[in-house]
Design a protein around this ligand. Structure first.
Ligand SMILES: [Ca+2]
Length: 208
């Protein structure tokens, strides 16, 4: 117990040190946002994530960025409130990525989540190889669970399980884990080579 007796008196006695704990906790890193797969024919692109926590002050909500590159913010950059999902209107042929950051009730922000793995808005989702070949050049498409039948240095071929024909896919870089017999999802844009071969300028993710 202490008491100030009079102001402006200089104190020459023993110094007092009174420790004060200031507790600052930052929100935890939220879960990586997820999307509806590798491609969608819905123009409303939805992302959802698992919560960030803050044991002291509680979570006020999330800063959310949605971009056309991993870590980008070209499509959305803002505070979404205390929800675990955000949608944007996507453009056909564009791939979208999302990452989020928790904000607590006293304004501290935590680390950004990792970026989602991307989802492309396409005109034609779930098409077969045969159907893809009927699509005009420039059509965007997605194909599910195709089987890899050949792999070259800069392209590969897929076909339906047990089916013929196959179609060539030209990716920007060969997908990790790609090999003959693997099952892949493929998405991209239909094109035709100068020699008349139909192919997909696109990408793939290996499912198993
Ligand atoms: Ca995805």
């Amino acid at each position: 117990h202490w008491q100030m007796l009079r102001e402006h008196l200089l104190w020459f006695g023993q110094r007092l040190t009174i420790p004060i704990d200031v507790v600052v906790t930052l929100p935890t890193k939220p879960g990586t946002p997820t999307d509806a797969g590798t491609c969608t024919n819905e123009t409303l692109v939805n992302f959802s994530w698992t919560e960030s926590t803050d044991s002291v002050s509680g979570i006020a909500g999330y800063n959310c960025r949605i971009g056309t590159t991993p870590g980008g913010n070209q499509a959305y950059d803002g505070f979404v409130g205390n929800v675990l999902a955000k949608s944007v209107n996507g453009s056909i042929g564009t791939t979208y990525y999302c990452h989020v950051q928790g904000k607590d009730n006293v304004g501290n922000v935590g680390p950004w989540s990792d970026s989602s793995d991307g989802i492309m808005v396409v005109e034609n989702a779930g098409v077969s190889v045969a159907a893809a070949k009927f699509l005009p050049d420039g059509s965007t498409l997605g194909m599910s669970s195709e089987v890899v039948t050949a792999v070259f240095g800069d392209c590969f071929y897929v076909q339906e399980s047990g089916g013929i024909p196959g179609i060539r896919v030209d990716p920007p870089a060969m997908p990790a884990g790609l090999a003959i017999g693997k099952t892949v999802d493929v998405w991209g844009t239909m094109k035709t080579t100068s020699s008349g071969e139909r192919y997909i300028q696109g990408d793939a993710s290996v499912l198993d």
